[in-house]
Write a protein that binds this ligand. Structure first.
Ligand SMILES: [Zn+2]
Ligand SMILES: [Zn+2]
Length: 636
């Protein structure tokens, strides 16, 4: 539907349901959303039914905004807000979002901002024109969230242009003719790392994920030079499942080679990816390698991201609609569902999934309106990949921690900054608080603190229990005094030399660089200490080599090789993983509604992909395949 048709249909619908006096001042596409500006915002606010009817009639997401001429300047509005809200509300932050005409008021006591029966809020609305949104201030301020917010404000005009352009492109008339649906595996098939899938229809091209293989020496990326992908300008959209580097690591490179379009991701995935991408190029520089992109491309990616919450359905191309659902894997991780054509076909891509409730998240969603083909991960899809439960894993963790801390040793835990570290933090905090293990400082090194702060900035993405705990003063486990942030190399050196027992959580998770290496070099030859793996280690990484019982390890020490005799204990605790084990993967498919006709298996070592594919075929009689990279499968 072109902009002209949308404008005339929107006017018709509004005329039918609201009084003539309602004035629509402008109708625009902003990315996938039809934005209607009006001088009578109250009429719409009081009658959500009109908005629903508009969305149904236009078959689009609709946003109603106050006409910009009605808005007080942010400075003036801020003074008015502060004047009206009682001091006890403890305002932490006020920020304006010109894109939506909303002002967010972050306070420690949101009830006092709202006032009795909303009196204060209504008064604010009347005086400033902006639509006020009141939220509880996040308990740990995040630099990343703050910087991204500020950056988006400075590029507001540019971003508006970008959103209008994107909206028009989505609304182009599809070309007539036979329709088809294909997927091409560009990376992360029969392997873990460099995930990328291309979804092609007669009309559009959508790239799902664009990851890096961190175990590769030369920035191993997906096959972006495949003829189906080129030129990158021809892509309609990039969709990100979650913020791990094997899914988001090379997205900025797309902007270096000609892509100008949008990235769809959940809001936490946008923030976490930029944090991890910045760190990724920093680590590369630190090791004397040339990173594949630089910070301007990361900024461009942030500017081009269209955030989407779970369950919000959105057009991303003339014949493709996208819906994210919780994947239970890390903060903001999503399973992506694509509805193609008018009821033509449906594809879901799991991304990485955890089909079990964890300390942090609800289990992955496996109910969809329709799915014919499922593309699913198989990290632990092999025959022997049955993992202990979360409870058993925690028990084993406490036993090892007691033993090592009790003998005056140190626990060194390599973790991804996002996901596993927060789970391990919660287990450690609880065990120390209850006296189940000796109390010792827990040092967090390498972005873990910042990643944790981002978790508390998006409480709606955590499971209910943790969300409540975080906001009950004094009970936020992440704010416990056992945690200490390491933010300088001096502090790191002191911890390395300190003789007292402690726990260190540091990145990178698979020990291919990052601050973990400093602690490892300092403690590797001391049998009193222990190295504990809690996550998945890809083939080719140092962590995997250590797990395979190599006892002489050569590492890079300021550009020179250094050989270490490994005498510290090495333990692997299964059950902490953010990935479903084999049984959970089978349950995910078995209880899926509706059951898909076809499953394409990816994101696993070769034999695991093949094993899971054949088990699914035998168990459920569905068509299954484990494509290699660079295969194209026609789905319809
Ligand atoms: Zn992941
Ligand atoms: Zn992954």
């Amino acid at each position: 539907m072109t902009l002209e048709t949308v404008i005339s249909e929107a006017k018709d619908i509004v005329n039918k349901v609201v009084p003539d006096s309602v004035e629509l001042t402008r109708i625009e596409f902003e990315g996938p959303v039809v934005v209607i500006y009006t001088r009578n915002i109250d009429v719409f606010a009081d009658n959500q039914d009109i908005v629903r009817q508009l969305a149904q009639g236009l078959r689009r997401r609709v946003a109603i905004r106050p006409d910009p001429s009605l808005l007080a300047s942010p400075e003036e509005a801020e003074d008015i807000i502060k004047g009206l809200i009682p001091e006890g509300a403890d305002i932490q932050n006020i920020y304006f979002e010109p894109e939506t005409g909303e002002v967010t008021i972050e306070a420690l006591s949101p009830g006092l901002v709202i006032g009795k029966q909303g009196t204060i809020l209504n008064e604010i609305k009347k005086r400033i024109g902006w639509v006020p949104k009141v939220v509880r201030a996040p308990p740990i301020p995040s630099k990343t969230v703050e910087e991204i917010r500020q950056y988006l404000r400075t590029v507001h005009d540019e971003r508006q242009d970008f959103l209008h352009r994107t909206g028009r492109r989505i609304s182009r008339e599809p070309s007539p003719g036979e329709q088809y649906v294909r997927v091409t595996s560009l990376g992360g098939f029969r392997q873990v790392g460099r995930s990328a899938v291309l979804l092609t229809t007669r009309e559009s091209k959508v790239l799902i994920d664009c990851g890096v293989d961190v175990s590769s020496e030369n920035n191993g990326g997906p096959y972006l030079n495949a003829p189906e992908v080129m030129p990158l300008e021809s892509l309609d959209a990039v969709v990100l499942t979650h913020a791990h580097l094997d899914h988001c690591g090379l997205i900025p490179i797309l902007y270096k080679y000609g892509y100008e379009g949008p990235i769809y991701s959940t809001p936490p995935s946008r923030d976490l990816s930029s944090l991890l991408q910045i760190d990724y190029i920093k680590v590369a520089f630190g090791e004397g390698k040339k990173p594949p992109y630089e910070s301007p491309q990361i900024r461009k990616a942030v500017k081009s991201t269209i955030p989407l919450k779970y369950g919000e359905t959105t057009d991303i191309a003339p014949d493709v609609r996208l819906t994210f659902q919780n994947a239970g894997h890390i903060l903001g991780s999503a399973t992506t569902h694509f509805h193609i054509g008018d009821g033509l076909y449906n594809v879901a891509v799991t991304g990485d999934i955890k089909f079990e409730r964890t300390w942090l998240f609800n289990p992955a969603v496996n109910k969809f309106p329709r799915v014919e083909t499922l593309i699913m991960e198989s990290t632990y899809g092999g025959y022997h990949d049955v993992q202990p439960s979360r409870q058993e894993a925690a028990k084993r963790f406490r036993a090892i921690a007691s033993r090592v801390l009790g003998r005056g040793g140190k626990l060194l835990i390599p973790v991804f900054a996002v996901g596993r570290s927060q789970e391990v933090m919660l287990v450690l905090e609880e065990a120390m608080r209850r006296g189940e293990i000796p109390r010792a400082p827990v040092y967090l090194d390498g972005m873990i603190w910042e990643a944790t702060a981002i978790h508390t900035a998006y409480p709606e993405y955590l499971n209910n229990q943790l969300r409540t705990q975080i906001f009950q003063t004094g009970e936020n486990p992440f704010l416990s005094t056992v945690f200490e942030r390491v933010d300088s190399s001096d502090k790191r050196a002191n911890i390395c030399d300190d003789p007292d027992p402690c726990v260190v959580l540091a990145t990178s998770g698979m020990m291919n660089g990052g601050p973990i290496m400093e602690y490892f070099k300092a403690w590797a030859d001391n049998p009193k200490h222990a190295l504990i793996f809690v996550g998945f280690n890809a083939e080719g990484t140092l962590a995997r080599k250590i797990q395979k019982e190599r006892r002489e390890i050569t590492v890079n020490d300021k550009g020179k090789p250094l050989t270490l005799k490994l005498k510290m204990d090495v333990e692997t605790i299964d059950g902490f993983s953010g990935h479903s084990d084999r049984l959970q993967l089978l349950n995910y498919v078995g209880s899926m509604e509706p059951r898909p006709e076809r499953v394409l298996v990816c994101h696993g070592e070769e034999h695991k992909c093949l094993d899971l594919a054949s088990t699914l075929y035998k168990k459920f009689g569905m068509e299954t395949r484990a494509p290699m990279n660079l295969e194209t499968v026609r789905l319809k």
